[in-house]
Design a protein around this ligand. Structure first.
Ligand SMILES: Cc1ncc(COP(=O)(O)O)c(C=O)c1O
Ligand SMILES: Nc1c(O)cccc1C(=O)C[C@H](N)C(=O)O
Length: 429
């Protein structure tokens, strides 16, 4: 159905969309609270029964096998990062050996920059953007310092024209002769804009520059073709759209053409599996993305992802994307129809190809509107100074819930319920 042609702002219409939703049965797999509506899966995805099961199975392996859990049991720990890499590979469009589940977003970024940032001659700078998540910027600044350069001169941040979006043309224009490496988000964490990764990679390579992407806000929400686009590397977390659990282990992709590049930050889990326990003082790195692991994986934070990725493999990322686009479009239609009088601005791209898995809503009272939503059992998140992010998640959000969220919004605005709160952010969201 093309929603823009058929949209109706009624609960009946929402229920009809739920009936037509061929992913709706996955909703039962998640722990949803009956009295609240969760719209924050873009920040922390919910627990599924399958993720819980694989975590409990891993605990049982520990109980049963002790040290032998590394090689025996339900999910042997020694190869779990590789196995999860294999299961994640279809989500990012890579071969299984190009992906490893290890570290965390920020740690993996450090690893990849330590590996691939090789300032030489006039090429000494890193190109990023001014809308990027702060942790990435801190990591890049520190890596630049380690190389003896000043981040003020060596970290170039492409400017946004409007504070919401980045123009690919502006990024390409900034790909100058002194840039050694480019780090960009796949999807911007505030506006949800998708960058044209294929085009940016082509343009970077045309100029002899390596390029890597932060996939935190896209993995599990949109399909990727990292191998086909020839992206050099990428890194992400598994706790947002992939529902791997708070602080869950992250992931990284290294294009196979770079296999054999020595890890910038080496550790024994980067060894070839058959050599690791030889305990030699000369590292023999794995001939795969596994080479970029550092130390012992956090097994109990890997385990839930096994169950979660099973769900993604059954649902299929193309189907997930299709529903995600439709339900986000539905949300935006409702916002325009029902909230037109209340001064909201949709701060996400309207075109499907440029929008990820969430919608960003701007309002000068956003912080306290968010608090009023929570008081009404709707869970969004707030990003200063004026953004409410709403993520209807393909696997567990219903159209009827989205309809209800907007009715609650409308009531909060009409009754000015938000005015009893301070317009300041909470600690986290
Ligand atoms: C785009 C992006 N990059 C980096 C991070 C940092 O991730 P972590 O704290 O897991 O290293 C986050 C989330 O916190 C993020 O959304
Ligand atoms: N990583 C987080 C954390 O450790 C605590 C609270 C929230 C987060 C997040 O992931 C925030 C998220 N990356 C964002 O887009 O704002």
């Amino acid at each position: 159905m093309v929603l823009s042609n058929f949209f109706q702002p009624t609960l009946d219409f929402a229920k009809q969309l739920d009936k037509e939703d061929n992913l709706s049965h996955f909703r039962e797999e998640f722990y949803l609270k009956p009295d609240s509506i969760y719209m924050d899966g873009n920040s922390l995805g919910l627990l599924s029964r399958r993720a819980e099961r694989t975590l409990l199975e891993s605990l049982a392996d520990w109980k049963e096998h002790g040290i032998d859990g590394w090689t025996q049991g339900n999910h042997p720990w020694f190869t779990l990062s590789e196995k999860l890499g294999e299961l994640s590979a279809p989500l990012i469009g890579a071969s299984p050996d190009e992906v490893i589940v290890t570290g965390s977003t920020t740690v993996n970024l450090h690893q990849l920059v330590a590996t691939f940032y090789k300032p030489e001659g006039a090429r000494t700078k890193i190109l990023a953007d001014e809308l990027t998540f702060p942790s990435d910027i801190y990591a890049l600044q520190s890596q630049i310092r380690i190389h003896g350069y000043d981040p003020d001169t060596h970290l170039i941040r492409v400017k946004s024209r409007d504070g919401r979006f980045l123009e690919e043309d502006d990024i390409i224009e900034a790909m100058a002769d002194d840039i050694a490496l480019i780090i960009l988000p796949t999807v911007l964490y505030r506006s949800g804009q998708i960058l044209d990764m294929k085009r940016l990679t082509e343009e970077a390579h045309r100029r002899g520059i390596l390029i890597g992407f932060d996939g935190c806000h896209s993995i599990g929400a949109i399909p990727h073709s990292f191998s086909e686009w020839d992206v050099d590397f990428a890194y992400w977390c598994n706790y947002k759209h992939l529902n791997g659990g708070p602080g869950g282990v992250g992931g990284l992709f290294v294009n196979r053409k770079h296999f054999g590049t020595n890890p910038g930050l080496a550790g024994w889990f980067g060894s070839r599996k058959d050599k690791q326990f030889d305990m030699e003082h000369t590292l023999t790195p794995a001939e795969s993305a596994g080479a970029y692991q550092i130390g012992t994986p956090h097994v109990l934070s890997l385990a839930p992802l096994l169950g979660s990725l099973e769900i993604f493999s059954e649902a299929g990322i193309a189907n997930i994307r299709q529903k995600s686009l439709q339900i986000n479009q539905y949300l935006m239609n409702l916002i325009e129809h029902e909230l037109a009088d209340y001064g909201f601005i949709i701060g996400s791209p309207r075109e499907d190809v440029r929008r990820g898995g969430h919608v960003s809503l701007e309002h000068e009272e956003a912080a306290r509107i968010c608090k009023a939503l929570k008081k009404n059992n709707v869970i969004p998140d707030f990003r200063a100074p004026n953004i409410i992010r709403l993520a209807p998640v393909a696997l567990y959000t219903s159209y009827a819930e989205v309809w209800e969220v907007i009715q609650i919004f409308k009531k909060i605005m009409a009754e000015e319920q938000y005015k009893i709160f301070h317009n300041e952010r909470e600690v986290v969201a």
